[in-house]
Ligand binder design. Structure first.
Ligand SMILES: Cc1cc2nc3c(=O)[nH]c(=O)nc-3n(C[C@H](O)[C@H](O)[C@H](O)COP(=O)(O)OP(=O)(O)OC[C@H]3O[C@@H](n4cnc5c(N)ncnc54)[C@H](O)[C@@H]3O)c2cc1C
Length: 314
């Protein structure tokens, strides 16, 4: 019979890991359940080598290095870490909750859900003329920046991820062109200012990727203009990064009787949900004015752990 935990954290991304540290700090009997085999969430699985510039105290740190530091911080305290195990349901139990997993039922007095965006599903074009090149010079997920050394690179997307990839790749690529289908880029003004003056970056608004050209590998791209008119020349690139967003995979949580707001769980100011003893933090938590950043998630999960303590009467 699995022992009752004071708090079970669902999701071992950056926010779950920091939550584990906070729980340890208060000597709570903590457990963490992560569906993937490795901890670290989006940082570990979607951008291990990309620099992060907006976490307090780190002018620049890669996704993987931040995860390593979060693990070091969290593992100072004893806790039960269960990786490769998905939390599939949550049912009321004696003196708390039962978290259901394919490996058995985990009894717990409280739960903090830090499941991010659930599964990580990059938004793909769903167009064979483009998607067929994934792994052949076209990337929806970048694992190694070395792949771009001395290459001519096209980055598709106008948001922060696209801007961050453009900047990261520009440090080693021959040239990077960032295209966006709209007339303006939506990334941070500072990123835009840096990209506009970067000697190896060209920004092209009003451009879309129509199809990839090449014999089994990316050798060029056909683009269209803001009116959707195909441009006659083949754009000379060897690598394409498509950063057009992620599809949230949070449907599972709709069956847990939680009040949802879009793809996330509605929370109060103490991160409590509509279920007593159940809290949410990080990308999975929704409230007016929410900003989905690592920095905001850290504060939210620290707040959630304080609320857990209160709930447990500690
Ligand atoms: C390309 C890219 C670049 C980014 N750059 C930045 C940046 O520079 N700065 C910044 O602040 N933010 C950035 N972000 C956003 C940032 O990564 C997220 O805000 C952050 O990862 C949220 O952390 P989290 O722990 O809430 O969720 P996640 O990182 O999504 O982690 C959630 C974890 O929960 C697990 N999980 C999900 N469902 C279950 C379940 N049912 N059972 C068990 N485990 C489950 C998942 O497998 C995952 O490991 C970026 C995002 C992307 C995609």
């Amino acid at each position: 019979m699995t022992e009752m935990a004071d708090v079970t954290i669902v999701g071992g991304g950056p926010i779950g890991l920091f939550g584990l540290y906070c729980a340890g700090l208060h000597h709570l009997k903590a457990r963490l359940v992560e569906r993937l085999d490795r901890l670290g969430g989006q940082l570990e699985h979607l951008y291990p080598e990309k620099p992060i510039y907006d976490v307090g105290g780190f002018p620049s740190i890669t996704g993987r290095d931040l995860v390593e530091r979060l693990k070091q911080q969290a593992f100072q305290y004893p806790a039960e870490i269960m990786t490769g195990l998905e939390a599939t349901d949550l049912r009321p139990g004696d003196n708390g909750w039962n978290l259901l997993t394919p490996g058995g039922t985990l009894p717990t007095r409280t739960v903090i859900i830090t499941a991010g965006i659930g599964e990580f599903i990059p938004r793909r074009y769903q167009n064979p003329a483009i998607d067929a090149y994934e792994g052949q010079g076209l990337y929806y997920v970048v694992q190694e920046l070395d792949d771009f050394t001395d290459q001519r690179v096209l980055v598709v997307g106008g948001g922060d991820s696209a801007a961050d990839w453009t900047m990261a790749v520009a440090a080693r690529a021959r040239h990077v062109t960032m295209i966006h289908r709209r007339s303006g880029f939506q990334c941070h003004v500072d990123s835009l200012a840096k990209l506009e003056t970067h000697p190896r970056v060209t920004l092209m608004p009003n451009r879309s990727l129509v199809r990839v050209v090449g014999e089994g590998r990316v050798e060029g791209a056909i683009l269209s203009d803001g009116e959707g008119r195909e441009l006659p020349e083949v754009f000379d690139v060897q690598r394409i990064i498509v950063a057009i967003g992620l599809i949230p995979g949070t449907a599972l949580f709709r069956n847990w009787n939680l009040d949802m707001q879009g793809d996330a769980i509605a929370v109060n100011t103490d991160m409590s949900t509509n279920l007593s003893g159940v809290y949410a933090a990080g990308d999975m938590a929704a409230y007016p004015g929410k900003v989905k950043l690592i920095a905001t998630g850290f504060g939210e999960v620290a707040t959630a752990v304080e609320a857990v303590k209160e709930h447990l009467g500690r």
